[in-house]
Write a protein that binds this ligand. Structure first.
Ligand SMILES: NC(=O)c1ccc[n+]([C@@H]2O[C@H](COP(=O)([O-])OP(=O)(O)OC[C@H]3O[C@@H](n4cnc5c(N)ncnc54)[C@H](OP(=O)(O)O)[C@@H]3O)[C@@H](O)[C@H]2O)c1
Length: 236
């Protein structure tokens, strides 16, 4: 029996990861900020019996340590850092706070806390759980918007947080190689979720199915690579 821990599991890609891993017979530890409001997650958990719901705000390091303590002794095959925050949107909401000349530095710090620091804190807190598993995989759901080679104007908070987590995870891949732990850095494509919005070209079910294939092929040989959901390499 394999086990996956998923952050941001109450909606969007995270909820779809829960649905698909559970459907495939995995034990799922589904983390979300407000379990009492996570109706769709509870619906899956109530039907399946293999989904354990845990409250977790990923920007709270003490809560991450407490969760790691509660899950002591449980081997985690895949640590899936999915929770993410985009920040203010100029296109959709005419909100300029992520644009040069209008930066809101408090929000920038919150985006960095969720997108960069949380995956690193989770990796530190859960490395022994992952090392004790058969598959030994740590994943971050990043974004093509992190690519410095292909950057465009705007969205500074999101771009910098994802570029930074890419660097951190690529470094982590080297640090964890001796323990046989592989690290995946994936862009899910432009997906129809709350974050992706209405114009998105991909359904969550299709993106997640492809990402799960990539995760299942993660190995020490491809650890630390930055890859699109369809397997294409992405430029840093
Ligand atoms: N959709 C796309 O087109 C796209 C493209 C590239 C990358 N991505 C990445 O894919 C991942 C999933 O995105 P999505 O499209 O599913 O986004 P989404 O629909 O906006 O969902 C975001 C998830 O992250 C959770 N989250 C945010 N801050 C959190 C915190 N402090 N603690 C715990 N959970 C937190 C949210 O929980 P709440 O419900 O509590 O807010 C929600 O479950 C993100 O990392 C995103 O950057 C998405």
């Amino acid at each position: 029996m394999s086990t996956v821990l998923i952050t941001g599991a109450n909606r969007g890609l995270g909820l779809e990861f829960v649905r698909q891993y559970e459907g495939d017979g995995w034990d799922v530890i589904a983390c979300c900020r407000e379990p009492d409001d996570a109706d769709r997650l509870h619906a899956i958990a109530d039907e399946a019996g293999r989904v354990r719901i845990e409250a977790l705000d990923v920007s709270d390091p003490a809560a991450i340590d407490a969760l790691a303590g509660r899950l002591d002794g449980i081997a985690i095959d895949v640590l899936l850092n999915n929770a993410g925050m985009f920040g203010p949107r100029v296109q959709a909401e005419h909100d300029w706070r992520q644009c040069f000349g209008h930066f809101d530095y408090d929000i920038w710090q919150r985006v960095l806390a969720v997108n960069l620091l949380a995956p690193m804190k989770l990796s530190e807190a859960f490395v022994t759980h992952v090392a004790a598993s058969e598959q030994r995989r740590i994943v971050v759901i990043s974004s093509a918007l992190a690519s410095i080679a292909a950057t465009e104007p705007g969205n500074y908070f999101y771009r910098t947080s994802k570029a930074a987590v890419n660097m951190a995870m690529a470094t982590l891949a080297l640090d964890l190689k001796p323990q046989g732990i592989s690290v995946g850095i994936f862009c899910p494509g432009w997906v129809a979720t709350d974050m992706g919005g209405r114009g998105a070209t991909l359904k969550a079910a299709d993106s997640v199915a492809s990402l799960r294939q990539l995760i299942s092929r993660l190995s020490p040989d491809n650890s630390g690579a930055f890859t699109r959901y369809n397997g294409d390499p992405l430029s840093w």
